[in-house]
Design a protein. Structure first.
Length: 520
């Protein structure tokens, strides 16, 4: 199966049904196919075909969404680029991918034009949503081609898009995702989240985000529609969830937190059509999850995944959340159980499976795995060794098959020979009434190798002290787990997925970034 097959099927079955809404604009499935064919024929006329790359730097739009389908119809791999990155980072990704055509949103054209001389592989520059300018083609060129289906054979094992990792520990890597992997994960997501025909989904995450692509394609695979926000704003998101008949949405935990604390009437509103909020991409504080479930009055589901597995690996279902609320509260800390046709193991340093309840590295096998990293054969082989994707995450499996992810392998703190999992400490910090946000890192110590440091963002009306925070943790954590020091910050550095950039927090404490200790 190929990505575009979903669109073509529903355009045949329900041509006049709503496909997407953005602002005051609405298009049907029939119109979506027409635009997709024009975009696809533009790519072919530009000389692109199977194996080539076309990149996009833009905020969310209907055209951005349709670029995925258009590229899929030609065998061209789309390279969605994080528009929040710096121009230097754009230049690296565009050069590394070898993209030959670059689509850009109007607001990003000037910054991209400033690095034009560094984009050696880019042959054509196209404004996605507005008039052209010197060196850039007008978006009108995208609608001038024929609206007939392109005559281009597309292999389901060919790359459909090339998603770059977030680069939290170094240069981002291009993850190669095939039609086969992406469509498998779309089906896995749709099944796990019970996407329903005709249901309207709020697309609030950016369309370059690995976590959103399968979760917005999943409702489309069932003939649903998307309400697209150009970019996330908590007040706008809450209003749309309340007033626009949204049945389902995907948010990252930081977005949920913003909705709860930055929208004054969030708890006074009603959400009559809202069936499910799906969250993932980073850990969520238990208190935040409990408040969100009470506020929105709908089911919640979580997924755990990574770019190298398209998106979803495990799912914590609405039924699991209900079990947790009924008394099995430990399930709120779980990442769920494997998606259909997916195997998850926890292994030791020799890749041997460990018993239930034992900590080790999480490895995954299933149809949604990447083909490899772009032009990095050794890293690809190491990450996919033995046919299993080695996630670099630390976790355990319980007797029921629920996965509990402790931390990233690289973030584990080794203090006096004991492994400290930052998330364990962070969960305690979030229970302090004066703490709005928190992260835990290891800092160098002559005696213990590393000690635990908490970086805390206080609530607006609070002023906790270091002694107060340490005392709070002393009552709730083992001695080796307790923070030995506390820094206060106005905000934590995060990437667009909501993940805290702990390497930035560690940077000032480790000379030249030379953190040598780790754990498993």
């Amino acid at each position: 199966m190929r990505l575009a097959d979903f669109l073509d099927y529903w355009a045949r079955e329900q041509p006049d049904a709503e496909f997407a809404v953005q602002g005051g604009r609405r298009i049907s499935y029939r119109e979506a196919v027409t635009v997709t064919h024009r975009l696809a024929n533009f790519l072919i006329a530009a000389g692109l075909g199977p194996g080539d790359r076309a990149a996009v730097v833009a905020t969310n739009s209907i055209e951005y969404l349709l670029l995925y389908f258009a590229a899929a119809k030609t065998g061209v791999a789309l390279v969605p680029v994080n528009y929040r990155l710096t121009p230097d980072e754009w230049a690296y990704i565009l050069g590394d991918s070898g993209s030959r055509v670059l689509f850009a949103g109007t607001r990003h054209v000037d910054a991209l034009h400033g690095i034009r001389d560094r984009l050696e592989t880019v042959e054509r520059l196209v404004v996605l949503d507005g008039p052209g300018r010197p060196g850039w083609e007008d978006s009108a060129v995208l609608t001038e081609g024929p609206d007939t289906p392109p005559e281009c054979p597309v292999d389901e094992d060919g790359d459909v898009y090339q998603m770059y990792t977030s680069g939290t520990t170094g240069r981002p890597k291009g993850v190669l995702l095939t039609n086969r992997a992406v469509t498998a994960n779309i089906v896995q997501v749709a099944l796990a989240l019970d996407n329903r025909p005709g249901e309207r989904c709020l697309a609030a995450l950016p369309l370059y985000h690995a976590g959103i692509v399968p979760t917005v394609f999943a409702p489309l695979s069932r003939g649903g529609s998307l309400w697209i926000l150009e970019s996330f704003d908590p007040r706008q998101a809450v209003r749309v969830l309340s007033e626009k008949g949204i049945g389902y949405t995907t948010l990252v935990p930081s977005m949920i937190q913003m909705c709860l604390v930055e929208v004054p009437d969030v708890s006074a509103r009603r959400y009559p059509a809202l069936r499910l909020v799906h969250y993932g991409a980073s850990p969520i504080a238990e208190k935040t999850l409990q408040t969100a479930m009470e506020t929105f009055g709908c089911d919640f589901a979580q997924s755990y995944g990574l770019t190298e597995a398209t998106q979803g690996v495990t799912f914590l279902s609405p039924a699991d959340h209900r079990r947790a609320l009924a008394g099995e509260r430990h399930l709120l800390l779980a990442a769920g159980r494997p998606a259909i046709a997916t195997e998850v193991r926890v292994v030791d340093e020799d890749d041997a499976p460990v018993p239930a309840g034992t900590t080790g590295e999480v490895v995954v096998r299933g149809p949604q795995l990447m083909r490899g990293y772009w032009r990095l054969p050794e890293e690809s082989a190491a990450t996919l060794r033995g046919g299993w994707l080695h996630t670099g995450d630390i976790g355990t499996l319980d007797e029921e098959g629920y996965l509990f992810v402790s931390d990233r392998l690289k973030d584990v703190i080794v203090s006096g020979g004991e492994n400290v999992y930052p998330r364990t400490v962070e969960n305690v910090l979030f229970r302090h009434p004066a703490v709005a946000d928190a992260a835990v890192i290891g800092v160098p110590d002559e005696r213990w190798g590393e000690t635990v440091k908490a970086v805390v963002v206080a609530k607006a009306d609070a002023a906790p002290t270091e002694e107060e925070i340490i005392g709070f943790c002393r009552e709730r954590l083992a001695g080796f787990q307790r923070p030995r020091s506390v820094d206060f910050a106005e905000a934590l550095p995060r990437n667009p997925s909501g993940k805290v950039l702990k390497w930035l927090l560690r940077e000032r404490y480790w000379p030249e970034g030379k953190r040598r200790v780790g754990g498993a």
